[in-house]
Design a protein around this ligand. Structure first.
Ligand SMILES: *Cc1c(COP(=O)(O)O)cnc(C)c1O
Length: 231
């Protein structure tokens, strides 16, 4: 068994046990394998184990892998911050965008989504930790952006996404994840039909799932430690 295959099994077991702890069905959590910085061969190995959805942070790196792996029919999620001069490539090549935090970017993605593709699935990123350096909209501004994004014709708003404070303790992580769930429920109470809470990474997926995550974004625990400085 390859390392990637063993790691995928271990992550799947962690997801199952976090679900069990709070009485959720394991199928209620989707695993997104974050393949940024890893070569196409590693994605191929994970795909051979049945992994279907992959996340990328950098546009050109992602587009190159999508082209190299086209015959596998994989689902590609763009999870990094997106600048307006890169929206077209993302609209043309990805199925999902997770880190929307500006209406201008959403409008460009909607206008640039090719008509032969289904609507681009998107999440609004919320800055739950309140750190000034973090992207994402403030919790109090989430509803305004979410309703505006939901009205765009070629986007399908699926839910909310967050990256909590990296060194937060467990109680603080729980509070941040739980705020996300409250925000999602509020939006659904206002008539939106959102089914996705994109939250939880290698170190905190268990807590995220216990607090309601429906999609976890996992890189290190599947592919190993990345050999570069996060920008
Ligand atoms: C890199 C990244 C991940 C994966 O993080 P790991 O700690 O390696 O699991 C998840 N989400 C986002 C937005 C990322 O940039």
């Amino acid at each position: 068994m390859t390392t990637i295959s063993a790691n995928l099994q271990a992550v799947t077991a962690r997801i199952a046990s976090a679900c069990k702890a709070v009485g959720r069905a394991p199928q209620s959590v989707q695993l997104l394998a974050v393949s940024k910085t890893w070569p196409a061969e590693d994605v191929r190995s994970a795909a051979a184990c049945g992994q279907h959805a992959f996340g990328e942070n950098y546009v050109q790196e992602g587009v190159d892998k999508i082209a190299a792996l086209a015959e596998h029919g994989l689902e590609w999620h763009f999870i990094g911050p997106l600048q307006s001069n890169k929206t077209r490539l993302v609209a043309e090549h990805f199925a999902w965008v997770h880190a929307l935090d500006r209406l201008k970017i959403a409008e460009r993605l909607s206008a640039q989504r090719p008509s032969n593709l289904p609507p681009l699935q998107v999440c609004v990123q919320v800055n739950v930790s309140g750190e000034a350096s973090k992207s994402g909209v403030a919790p109090a501004e989430t509803a305004t952006l979410a309703h505006a994004v939901a009205a765009l014709p070629r986007l399908k708003l699926r839910g909310l996404m967050a990256v909590p404070e990296a060194d937060a303790d467990e109680a603080s992580l729980r509070a941040q994840f739980s705020l996300m769930r409250t925000l999602l429920e509020q939006l659904n109470g206002e008539g939106l039909q959102l089914d996705t809470l994109s939250m939880g990474m290698s170190h905190d997926l268990d807590i995220a799932i216990q607090e309601g995550a429906t999609l976890v974004r996992i890189g290190t625990a599947i592919f190993g430690a990345r050999n570069y400085q996060e920008p």
